[in-house]
Design a protein around this ligand. Sequence first.
Ligand SMILES: *Cc1c(COP(=O)(O)O)cnc(C)c1O
Length: 399
Amino acid sequence: MTEKIKKETLKRLTFLPFSLPSIGEEEIAEVVDSLRSGWITTGPKAHQFEKDFAEYVGSKYAVGLSSATAGLHLSLMALGIGPGDEVITTPMTFVATVNMIVANRATPVFADIDPRTLQIDPEEIKKKVTDRTKAVIPVHFAGQPCDMDRIHEIAGTHHLHVVEDAAHAAGTEYRGRRIGALSPLSVFSFHPIKNITTGEGGMVTTNREDLAETIRMLKFHGISKDAWKRYDEKGTPHYDVIAPGFKYNLMDIQAALGIHQLKRIEAFNRRRKEMAERYNQAFAGLDEIELPQEVSYPHLHAWHLYVILVRPEKLTIDRDGFMEALKAEKIGTGIHFLAVHLHDYYRKHSPYRRGDLPHAEYVSDRILSLPLYPGMTDKDQEDVIAAVTRVCRQHRRRA
Ligand SMILES: *Cc1c(COP(=O)(O)O)cnc(C)c1O
């Protein structure tokens, strides 16, 4: 056998997961330091991480939380969104975005996506505005920015609040500005598959002191001041509850990870970009899959996800079959996302039916995420490329 044939017929021996966090020795040492210090829950490291994160995105305030889901919950609550209000978002998101609209007893309204970039289409947002619309939640899908100028223009005309779901957008730039200070509120996630991780965790960034204060109060039982300050030597043991709040604080153990992950974010995202470009080149000639396009305005893509669309009309298998075939090649994949309105709860409790959001449905049926993370080696990526190419060849539909 020649080298070439050998390379093409050999599959991996070990499974390559779709995603893995990159935890370094600094992160580990900082967590150990937390454990030894006695400050395990919210304390000095959480405050340091908030300060560092605000500086990184260029916002005045940053509030650390237990998750982005908590951040979305409290952001909408802090804006006073409740029963009777409509909130517009994309169906091409993780269900948390929409679940938190429902958690605030408001009504989710879906605006379809641009089928090329997979971002929420501002023209569709405009069509969905009614007298009850109170807010819009753009989601920077896969790490590319939505068209924020256009969205702010529509929001300005109709007096809508803008809350950015920036779960994919740590490090993303829109027209030269980092995501995190463009709208009244932006919500980031540090779940292990995101660009940086704290295990679980989230951050809300804002330039508005009133919103930062309200979210700080709501994230901790509705207590007017951070409880950890009660226990230091200058604190007092008294506190007052001014709203029935929640328990959504970010622990120091988590922030210990975040402080060092944030220092590595630029290097992580550069590596993601380099790998994404390599995939783009390798897949350019494959007719059996479609590659999403980059947005046309100036931006920096954080490449949270590398997604492809499987074209069942060119193949003898569908998207799920394609994922199975990759699994047999020992390549892990993910689905980001099944359009939210196609989930059981939303089929039963929202007016949307298949056919109502054709672009999102087209994508939802075909999309899959390939492995993309800084801990992958060049060889790992070669294996993914070889496997995808092989699956396309083996399952090509003959005309
Ligand atoms: C991951 C994710 C969330 C939720 O983040 P958590 O920190 O897990 O709560 C919200 N929105 C989008 C688009 C996500 O991908």
